[in-house]
Design a protein around this ligand. Structure first.
Ligand SMILES: O=C(O)CCC(=O)C(=O)O
Ligand SMILES: [Mn+2]
Length: 199
């Protein structure tokens, strides 16, 4: 069993732990390269005021066959586990002492790709979900905003890092990734989740 250096983020009403060098550099590089071809990536759309709008990133939803998930109003049927994703899932389970039956993969192609502020608080994730978030590729700033006080906390998520959110984090905080005008390379983020069938 490996032990990793981690830092808790200073946040009220939350439980967030950051593991900067969770994967070795060559392992992280290899996963980044493999996931680009191993996964089936799609350009999904959401409906806003009667118009279909492109989600600003590519996505892939992978999981056990019964882990259907509704994300931003989109019901998603999971694709089967790929070799790399199964390996990373096991590593996440070992570090967090949790089990995960699904993962949402997001591919931010450049600085124009982003994710709006939201909480991972869908009912199928249960009360106080543990979310394990793995970053591969170009570092991006991950922003937290407290829903009641407006307090902001941010953390630069680095290549090969793991961010674990648990306890009341989703209840009290939103999170997201802003666009940036900087010329930056791409990044893949994996959020491992446990979907409950009966909720
Ligand atoms: O890309 C990230 O770090 C955030 C991803 C995220 O929040 C999500 O998939 O729900
Ligand atoms: Mn999220």
């Amino acid at each position: 069993m490996q032990l990793f250096d981690s830092v808790p983020l200073e946040m009220d009403d939350a439980n967030v732990e950051y593991f900067p060098n969770w994967l070795g550099l060559s392992q992280a590089d290899a996963f980044l390269t493999r996931l680009k071809t191993e996964l089936t990536w799609s350009q999904d759309y959401i409906r806003i005021y009667g118009r279909d709008v492109k989600i600003p990133r590519l996505q892939s939803w992978v999981g056990d066959p019964d882990s259907t998930y509704t994300y931003s109003g989109l019901p998603m049927q999971p694709l089967p586990w790929s070799t790399s994703l199964s390996t990373i899932r096991t590593l996440c389970e070992q570090t967090t002492h949790n089990t995960f039956n699904s993962v949402l993969a997001n591919w931010y192609r450049d600085g124009q790709d982003s994710m709006g502020m939201h909480s991972d608080d869908e009912p199928e994730l249960g009360r106080e979900p543990t979310i394990a978030s793995v970053t591969l590729g170009y570092p991006r700033k991950f922003i937290f905003k407290h829903k009641q006080t407006g307090q902001k906390v941010d953390v630069e998520l680095e290549h090969g890092s793991l961010l674990v959110m648990c306890g009341s984090t989703q209840q009290f905080w939103q999170h997201g990734i802003n666009k940036t005008k900087r010329q930056i390379d791409d990044r893949i983020n994996l959020t491992f989740r446990h979907i409950f069938k009966d909720y």
